[in-house]
Write a protein that binds this ligand. Structure first.
Ligand code: DC
Length: 234
């Protein structure tokens, strides 16, 4: 059987990318972090001075889009794929709080989405891809064979994100992390174009009480069952 497409959507800090990376390693699939692409555009707009403290002139953003080239390259030493913006490795630069705070506004721009969705669909056209994001099962791959929708308790998500940020040396309180996550959820769910929503045929995984191993096991079970059902149907 040819390789399938796996779409993983959900709120921020729900463990989507952790699960997606582990699944990709287990299944030998390509992992694509679509959020990294929106973060890369945001970084570029900050670097060019077009985006300042969350403010921008839309026309300037649109004029800049043709000058943004994003690609992923697998780092064999780190055993993970890294994001490149116009030839430069920006994997670390896009994971900061400053980018997290401004990325939702940029990802709400229709033309930005059109450009990135096209790249995402091109990357997934051969199957054998696991992509995580907010609109993968609804817009990017509406026909993905497996769609997972991740959720977790708000306090647990905030605690996880807080520990990640502290680990990276960011100076922030748990309360501020909670506020930042709640704001991003609100913006991602309420934007006009491709808002975060669960595809009708997505299977929800609440991982509040699940260990990484349990979560991986559950997702693999869902995927294997789906593959079996597809084989039987053929
Ligand atoms: O997954 P992440 O937290 O790195 O994503 C960063 C932001 O990018 C997220 O707040 C909303 C946006 N995003 C999106 O709009 N659509 C996607 N498919 C992925 C991310």
């Amino acid at each position: 059987m040819s390789e399938i497409t796996i779409a993983i959507d959900g709120f921020s800090s729900c463990g989507k990318s952790t699960l997606a990376k582990e699944l990709a390693n287990k299944l030998n699939y390509i992992y694509v972090d679509s959020g990294a692409m929106y973060r890369a555009v945001t970084l570029h707009l900050i670097n060019t001075g077009i985006l300042k403290d969350g403010h921008f002139i839309k026309e300037q953003v649109l004029n800049e889009l043709n000058d943004i080239e994003i690609r992923f390259e697998y780092n064999r030493d780190q055993k993970k794929s890294e994001t490149y913006l116009n030839g430069e490795n920006i994997e670390k630069d896009i994971r900061t709080l400053a980018i997290s705070k401004q990325v939702s506004a940029i990802s709400a721009i229709g033309e930005v989405r059109t450009k990135l969705v096209k790249i995402q669909q091109d990357l997934g056209q051969m199957g054998g891809v696991i992509m995580d994001g907010r609109d993968i099962g609804t817009v990017v791959f509406p026909h993905a064979e497996v769609k997972l929708f991740m959720t977790a308790d708000n306090d647990i998500r905030a605690q996880r994100r807080y520990l990640e940020l502290i680990d990276k040396g960011e100076c922030i309180s748990l309360e501020d992390v909670k506020k930042s996550i709640a704001r991003r959820d609100y913006l991602d769910m309420n934007r006009e174009i491709a808002p975060l929503s669960k595809a009708e045929d997505a299977i929800e995984i609440d991982n509040s009480e699940l260990s990484e191993e349990d979560q991986l096991e559950l997702a693999l079970k869902i995927i294997n069952e789906k593959k079996l059902a597809l084989q039987t149907a053929n």
